[in-house]
Design a binder for this molecule. Structure first.
Ligand SMILES: [Zn+2]
Length: 363
């Protein structure tokens, strides 16, 4: 069901106008508006108070929350000023509104993956403006997360302490660090209460926001991957830093993870579904690296689907399939970063060293 609602406080005439326009656009596209949201509501526009940005308490993982806020504070680094509001309101997306003058208003769109782009509203261009908001947000809101984990404590004893592959992952993590490709993790704890942290872990399925991941195949059925939210420059422990991913359960919509007994495992990276799809389809792919950086002359996705969704995984898998050499593909993820396949980890680093552009283009 394509359902949506508006929540929170619309404190100014502009925000009221914006809410009305959004309602009109989504209704005209076949969405159903709920005054009182049902548990499985698909999309929520949540108007937050910049002084006290309270999260929308979603009941279901499938609910996509867009926080909306207005500010008149100009700042030198808008992304840096705005990003904490996305986090503090536990949203999947943030619309950050900045009025320039009487004629134009900039709306910045932010994603948890640090996507950051803007639409400018000019007075009189209402129709075009709401259409563009719909086109930007709807595909994201309609996408399906695969972030649940199903842990099995059946990892064979001989690899409880890792193997040659976890060793090479650990070295590659250090290499990414030396290449400055591991941005500092976002300090979630500084912005969130323990209760909000638990909520975030449960609904986003993340152990932290540390950006980027890497994996390497173990056999035809499984691969090792860096866990969610860990420091990839210092990966040591199986079940915590490295997880053995051995499949996807479509009935439970969860990733299957093998861990040693007697360990409280860390969560799988939200991108495990994407890596799994690529390994499954291309037996010759031996390793995958994902970084928030860019390279010239690459093919890229057209929609910035959120991390951890089937849609992002499928789109990337398709670009890998259609690339000249699927086992050595470099795919751009719009407003987000790169996914690079290789026959092994060394093969990936040989091809990217010296060619990486730290800044992801945003559009
Ligand atoms: Zn990413």
């Amino acid at each position: 069901m394509r359902t949506f609602t508006i929540s929170g406080n619309k404190q100014t005439p502009f925000l009221n106008w914006l809410a009305e326009g959004i309602i009109g656009e989504f209704l005209s596209r076949g969405y159903t508006y709920y005054y009182v949201p049902e548990e499985n509501i698909k999309l929520v526009f949540h108007f937050i108070d910049p002084e006290k940005p309270r999260p929308y308490r979603r009941k279901a993982q499938a609910t996509f929350v867009v926080s909306v806020m207005e500010t008149s504070e100009k700042s030198e680094n808008i992304h840096k000023s705005a990003y904490p509001y996305l986090i503090r309101s536990l949203a999947n997306h943030l619309m950050y509104i900045l009025h320039n003058d009487d004629e134009t208003t900039d709306i910045y769109f932010l994603t948890p993956e640090q996507g950051f782009y803007k639409l400018t509203y000019r007075k009189g261009e209402e129709e075009k403006f709401f259409k563009r908001i719909y086109e930007r947000l709807e595909p994201l809101a309609a996408s399906q997360l695969v972030i649940d984990n199903d842990f099995y404590d059946d990892l064979p004893e001989e690899i409880w302490n890792g193997d040659e592959i976890t060793k090479s992952l650990s070295e590659s993590g250090k290499k990414l660090d030396r290449m400055n490709l591991l941005p500092a993790p976002f300090p979630l704890e500084e912005y969130l209460t323990p209760r909000d942290m638990r909520h975030l872990k449960k609904l986003y399925g993340i152990g932290g926001l540390s950006y980027g991941n890497l994996s390497a195949r173990r056999d035809s059925e499984s691969f090792w991957m860096s866990a969610s939210g860990i420091n990839k420059a210092d990966m040591k422990t199986v079940g915590e830093d490295f997880l053995l991913i051995r499949g996807y359960d479509p009935d439970k919509n969860a990733m299957k993870v093998s861990v040693p007994p007697n360990i409280t495992p860390k969560r799988a990276s939200v991108d495990a579904i994407e890596h799994w799809m690529i390994y499954k389809e291309h037996p010759e792919v031996g390793a995958i690296v994902h970084v928030h950086a860019w390279m010239d002359g690459i093919r890229a996705t057209e929609i910035n689907y959120p991390c951890g969704t089937i849609e992002l995984a499928k789109t990337v898998a398709e670009l890998v399939r259609n690339s000249e050499e699927p086992s050595r593909a470099i795919i751009g993820l719009k407003n987000h970063g790169l996914t690079i396949t290789g026959t092994d980890l060394d093969d990936i680093f040989e091809r990217i060293e010296g060619k990486i552009i730290p800044q992801v283009p945003m559009s």
